[in-house]
Design a protein around this ligand. Sequence first.
Ligand SMILES: [Zn+2]
Length: 102
Amino acid sequence: MFRFYVAQARFDAFLVADRLNQAGIRAHVFNQHASSIVGEVPPDVAQPQVWLEREADRERAEILLARLSEEAARSGNTHCAACGEDSPSNFDLCWNCGRQLA
Ligand SMILES: [Zn+2]
């Protein structure tokens, strides 16, 4: 396991991990689960993170990540009125609570 990506926002970490998993790359989001990796990360790292299981996936993961950031730069964010989280504006439903986004 190694840390692949430190996200700026929670949806960002989940979006990246989702895409990686869809591509067959085993990825995990940490920070809610920070206690399970105590000792492996510095205690001052508080941002959501994506960790990969296999070093061999790193190159493909980086290509996917680059593609994702291009998409994100084009689309911007939509603010959910129900829970207050931001979702990428190409999402139909809030990633966090599932509410329809306007
Ligand atoms: Zn929401």
